[in-house]
Structures are given as structure tokens and as C-alpha cells.
Design a binder for this molecule. Structure first.
Ligand SMILES: Cc1cc2nc3c(=O)[nH]c(=O)nc-3n(C[C@H](O)[C@H](O)[C@H](O)COP(=O)(O)OP(=O)(O)OC[C@H]3O[C@@H](n4cnc5c(N)ncnc54)[C@H](O)[C@@H]3O)c2cc1C
Length: 214
């Protein structure tokens, strides 16, 4: 976004490609698009130091080959993820079980304490707004005495906002290869989305599943 407003942007990513959780061809397409927008990318580079300077900040980078370089810029924007903060909200006093920093819940979003439900970022599911909303619906239906279906986590759309955007429901190609092997995967590179941009698009289909999506 900043690059499109005319700011000179340098992007530093410790992994060898942007969006390391996406399939590599998707990441490479995004990198091509960013390059066309004039965004400088330092892939496989780790930030080793940050120092204030008279004009902004100097960032020390260590690249994959072990070379040390520096980047001078006016501003530094750090975006390396987020985590839950469960301390001091009374969970242990209420005997609510947690595992690895998240509240334990069952398929109806019930915690270990009867009558107490948990949904959203506080439980061990993808920390996304639409996931929290769906979990809330399941919990509310259960509280209301209905028998709701549990959340179908493998059908959750992922979305990375930007220009271009990267999105998809269900499995990535790497998940399909993991389960069926390379020969079991057919990538389709044309979809409706092609009308708007030129994205590589994969549709992963489980032929034994009548609903199509693994
Ligand atoms: C920078 C950023 C960008 C994001 N972008 C996206 C995106 O593009 N798409 C997407 O799907 N999701 C995105 N998310 C994630 C999304 O915002 C969360 O997954 C979603 O808000 C989770 O809902 P929630 O109800 O679990 O938590 P929240 O929305 O955080 O609601 C929790 C509420 O509890 C309140 N609270 C906290 N502690 C207490 C307490 N002790 N007592 C009472 N109240 C308390 C908080 O003030 C807050 O209002 C983004 C998150 C961040 C931080």
C-alpha cells in the first residue's frame, strides 16, 4: 500500500519466499508483482540489529550467504505475528484448562468448566475474524440447546490483503502432495480470478469425496 502511494519500500523476510505458508508458485507470483511495483525484497535475510539514526533507523541484515548489509530508512514497520495473552485473566482461578497458550475447547466450543464457552483468538484455531464469528455461532447455538455442526476448519478461507491479494479455501497444494503424493495432484491454472489479475490458481480436489474438496 505504501509503495503504491509512492513510498520507497524495502521488505525483509527471513524465509526464502514471501508468504512461506502459501504454495511456492503463489509466493513467487506475489514477489514478481511486488518487484513490478518497485518494492525491494530481501528474502532469506534476518534482521540482526536496529539503531536510531538522525533521519530514522538503520537496520542490520544477515543474508542466507552470511553477508551483513544495512538498510537506512525513515520508518521501520515490524509485522512478525501475534499471540494470545492469557495471563491474569483468571483462567486458572476458574479452573479453565489451557494447552500451549490457548483455552481448550471441544467441538461445541465448551471449555473444561461446564457453562463456560470460549471462541476466537483465545482458542487453538486460526486467528481470523470469520473463524471467531463461526465459533461464536456454534457456541451460541449450543447454549440455546440446539445441536450445531462443529466448525469445518479445513474449509476456512485464508486471505492476505495487498496488491495483489492472496486467498483460498481448503488445502494448499503442499497439503495435497503430502497426502496423495505429487502424481495425485492436478493443478488448474485458470479461474475466474484471472479476469482481474494474473494469479496462479490451484484447485485441489479429492475425487473420492463427492463434495470435491479434501
Ligand atoms: C493487525 C491485525 C490485523 C488483522 N487482520 C485480519 C484480517 O485481515 N482478516 C481477518 O479475518 N482477521 C484479521 N485479524 C484477526 C481478527 O481481528 C481476530 O481474529 C478477531 O478479532 C478475533 O476475535 P475475538 O473476538 O477472538 O477477539 P477480539 O476481536 O480481540 O475481541 C476480544 C475483546 O475482548 C476484550 N477484552 C480483552 N481482555 C478483556 C478482559 N480481561 N475483560 C473484558 N474484555 C476483555 C478486548 O478489548 C476485545 O474487545 C487481524 C488482527 C490484527 C491484530
Amino acid at each position: 500500500m505504501y509503495a503504491r502511494f509512492g513510498t520507497r519500500v524495502s521488505l525483509v523476510e527471513a524465509q526464502s519466499h514471501l508468504l512461506p505458508l502459501e504454495d511456492e508458485d503463489v509466493s513467487k507470483e506475489l514477489e514478481r508483482a511486488f518487484r513490478r511495483q518497485g518494492i525491494a525484497m530481501h528474502l532469506g535475510a534476518r534482521v540482526e540489529s536496529v539503531k536510531n539514526t538522525e533521519t530514522g533507523v538503520r537496520v542490520g541484515l544477515l543474508d542466507a550467504a552470511g553477508n551483513v548489509t544495512t538498510l537506512d530508512s525513515n520508518k521501520l514497520l515490524v509485522a512478525i505475528g501475534r499471540t494470545t495473552l492469557l495471563d491474569n485473566i483468571g483462567l486458572s482461578a476458574a479452573n479453565i484448562a489451557t494447552s500451549r497458550g490457548r483455552v481448550d475447547v471441544d467441538a461445541a466450543m465448551r471449555t473444561s468448566v461446564p457453562g463456560v464457552y470460549a471462541v476466537g483468538d483465545i482458542v487453538a484455531s486460526p486467528a481470523l475474524a470469520h473463524v471467531a464469528e463461526m465459533e461464536g455461532i456454534v457456541a451460541a447455538d449450543h447454549i440455546a440447546g440446539k445441536d450445531p455442526d462443529s466448525v469445518t476448519y479445513k474449509a476456512i478461507p485464508s486471505c492476505t490483503y495487498g496488491m495483489p491479494e492472496v486467498a483460498g479455501p481448503g488445502w494448499r497444494r503442499v497439503d495435497g502432495v503430502h497426502k496423495y503424493g505429487r502424481g495425485g495432484i492436478l493443478g488448474l491454472a485458470t479461474t475466474l480470478a484471472k479476469r482481474y489479475q494474473s494469479p496462479p490458481t490451484s484447485i485441489i480436489v479429492d475425487s473420492s469425496n463427492p463434495r470435491g474438496m479434501p
